[in-house]
Design a protein. Structure first.
Length: 411
């Protein structure tokens, strides 16, 4: 028997209320204090909010959680979701060892620190080019003008596909991310995700065919050639993992830029600090990731009956690890609701923990540093324009729909 109270005030479903979504941290605090390993009977899943317990979930639970096409059929789920599931079961994000170890090792040969370092100059150029377009206006929507296109263009460069395609990559990625970030089913959203999946499969299959004759440096080519201990990736595996890298790399980085900037603008002393001392940019990015985590939670399955925080979790029950709550756990981070860009000992879980620790973290950190340094240097006197901040309905990937700011116009 599951021992827990049914308390609607503690359900993660509260996030569907726009007011709670705008500031979910009081809900996370209530959960951490009242019932840190909470059976959410509305979601039919355990919700885990303390830092130490979240790490335990990441280390002990199974990532193999996405239903296979056959399971979907047996569950009587929409047949139309099956192509999405066919892709997801081949993505490293939804696998355990040894399958995960093999796939990640193969992909790692293609995504080396040298490749990330080589992108640095390009990222700076892209950031400058995007800001050049708005300097004369004295105002911009940071999301549409900068935080969306920057990671989309970087992704196209990283993959070695035409940069002109970046708007398609962005649109497909947003639609697919809706499947990753949400726990409530919405048929219209499912159809959009399906269209995006079909488009991405077709796009990457064609990119691979083109590159057989005209190789271009980038991840597509590297994954086609990757080999570890005589093992190579199949075409389906390449496509599935290009998709997860593309989606994982865009939505989250957009959110780091948007969430980070709004946090700085609401804490002008911290904005000044960073403006006057760029040597703290690295710790600043870590703090912005902790404070408003772009990826708020993930899901796992209990591999067997297990105890967590004094509760008995049964084999195959779903467990939601709330990174954003763990990152505000006062047991781990003193004064957790304070944005402190000089915070030391800041080992947050914004990039997760353990075997699935974010594959793109070095690239995300570099993009974040360049984005903030460039905005602070080139947009003097940035201010929030009066507006109602609207958060995207994606409950897992936290980000703003738009973010209007003003700054001193270029003379
Ligand atoms: C601020 C930016 C980013 C954040 C906050 C972030 C966060 C995360 C998190 C929390 C996970 C683990 C999810 C889970 O275990 O359920 C993850 C995994 C992953 N991320 Fe990121 N990510 C970011 C940027 C990127 C970038 C730039 C890329 C690639 C270009 C990327 C590619 C991936 C991939 C492929 C995985 C799956 C790794 C695995 O399953 O072994 N991410 N990311």
């Amino acid at each position: 028997m599951i021992q827990s109270t049914v308390d609607p005030a503690l359900s993660l479903y509260q996030l569907l209320d726009p007011e709670v979504l705008a500031d979910p941290y009081p809900l996370f605090k209530r959960l951490r204090e009242a019932d840190p390993v909470h059976w959410d009977s509305f979601l039919h899943a355990w919700v885990v909010t303390r830092y130490e317990d979240v790490i335990n979930v990441m280390l002990k639970c199974s990532a193999d959680r996405t239903p296979s096409p056959q399971q979907l059929e047996a569950m009587g789920m929409l047949a139309e979701l099956q192509p999405i599931s066919q892709v997801m079961v081949k993505q490293m994000l939804f696998m355990d060892a040894p399958d995960h170890t093999r796939l990640r090792a193969l992909c790692a040969t293609a995504f080396t620190p040298a490749r990330v370092a080589a992108l640095k100059g390009h990222i700076q150029e892209i950031a400058d080019r995007l800001l050049d377009r708005v300097l004369d206006k004295g105002r911009m929507d940071v999301i549409a003008d900068f935080a969306n296109p920057l990671p989309a263009i970087v992704t196209a460069e990283l993959f070695g596909v035409p940069v002109e395609d970046h708007q398609d990559l962005k649109d497909w990625s947003t639609d697919f991310a809706e499947m990753l970030g949400n726990f409530q089913h919405n048929p219209d959203r499912a159809r959009r995700a399906l269209r995006a999946t079909e488009n991405m499969i077709g796009y990457f299959q064609k990119a691979m065919r083109d590159q057989e004759n005209n190789p271009r440096p980038g991840l597509v080519q590297s994954l086609m050639n990757a080999e570890v201990d005589g093992s190579r990736l199949t075409e389906e595996e390449i496509v599935a993992n290009l998709i997860v890298t593309m989606v994982g790399g865009q939505e989250t980085t957009t959110n780091l830029i948007g969430n980070g900037l709004v946090s700085l603008l609401k804490n002008p002393d911290q904005l000044e600090l960073l403006k006057n001392d760029s040597s703290i940019v690295q710790s600043a990015i870590e703090e912005l990731l902790r404070y408003e985590s772009p990826s708020q939670h993930t899901a796992r399955l209990a591999p067997e009956d297990m105890m967590l925080g004094g509760k008995k979790i049964q084999k195959r029950q779903a467990v939601i690890a709330v990174f954003a709550a763990a990152n505000r756990d006062p047991e781990r981070f003193p004064d957790p609701d304070k944005l402190d860009l000089r915070r030391t000992d800041n080992r947050h879980v914004a990039f997760a923990w353990g075997a699935h620790y974010c594959f793109g973290a070095p690239l995300a950190r570099m993009e974040g540093q360049i984005a903030f340094e460039t905005m602070l240097r080139r947009l003097p006197n940035m201010k929030l324009e009066p507006q109602e901040l609207v958060w995207r309905e994606n409950l897992g990937l936290r980000g703003l729909k738009s973010l209007f700011i003003t700054f001193d116009r270029r003379n």
